[in-house]
Design a protein around this ligand. Structure first.
Ligand code: ATP
Ligand code: MG
Length: 194
């Protein structure tokens, strides 16, 4: 809040954009082995965008320039989703390269969190970079502490580290009950998985 010329209080940032006072930025973690972590984050991104909020999504791991359905949708409506990665899996050969890309994406995220003027920042699949030590959990939490007080942040991925779960305000674990690949060998379906 700042004081206007006439002394009246004026809302800034997320408060101005949502027309609400006392916006409290949340740290949200979607973790677990079940499906729905990234898509739940996309749902919130869409909802916040609908309210005129300034939203941004960074994807780790997923190939740079990949054309997932969410990236195509974002392009159509002018939303900013940037992927920087080489599609790393546990079987990747060049882990050093995957790590360098993750570190670079983290520095983009850090800049956006501290100086981007966003109301919501999503870091999709960040947990893998934390697990591999490509991004420091300690530095992540320090950065989250320094973010603007009204900024929401969503982190997705399996195996969220305990310290992050502890620090976050909202943590959801997706639990697998059935998966079509595990059950029936059905391959990933466009529009459902990517
Ligand atoms: P979504 O992007 O649909 O919200 P997610 O972010 O929760 O899913 P990730 O943990 O990022 O999913 O996993 C990546 C992909 O692995 C997903 O498309 C998911 O469906 C798939 N997956 C999850 N469990 C299994 C399984 N048991 N066998 C094969 N693929 C799986
Ligand atoms: Mg995901």
């Amino acid at each position: 809040m700042t004081q206007g010329a006439g002394g009246e209080a004026q809302a800034e940032g997320a408060e101005a954009r949502t027309g609400r006072r006392n916006v409290t930025g949340l740290v949200i973690v979607n973790t677990g082995n079940g499906k729905g972590k990234t898509t739940a984050a996309l749902g919130v991104l869409f909802r916040a965008w609908g309210r005129g909020m300034n939203v941004r999504m960074f994807q780790f791991i997923k190939n740079t320039g990949s054309r997932y359905g969410e990236q195509r949708a974002a392009e159509k409506i002018g939303l900013d989703i940037s992927a920087l990665g080489d599609g790393f899996t546990w079987l990747s050969k060049d882990l050093d390269h995957s790590g360098e890309l993750a570190a670079e994406q983290w520095s983009n995220c850090k800049e956006a969190i501290l100086h981007g003027g966003h109301d919501l920042v999503v870091m999709d699949e960040l947990t893998y970079a934390l697990q591999f030590g490509w991004v420091s959990t300690e530095e992540l939490i320090e950065t989250l502490k320094q973010r603007p007080q009204t900024m929401h942040v969503i982190i997705t991925g399996r195996g969220a580290p305990e310290a992050l779960v502890e620090y976050a305000d909202l943590v959801t674990e997706m639990r697998e009950i059935k998966h079509p690949f595990a059950e029936k060998g059905i391959k990933a379906q466009p529009g459902i998985e990517f």
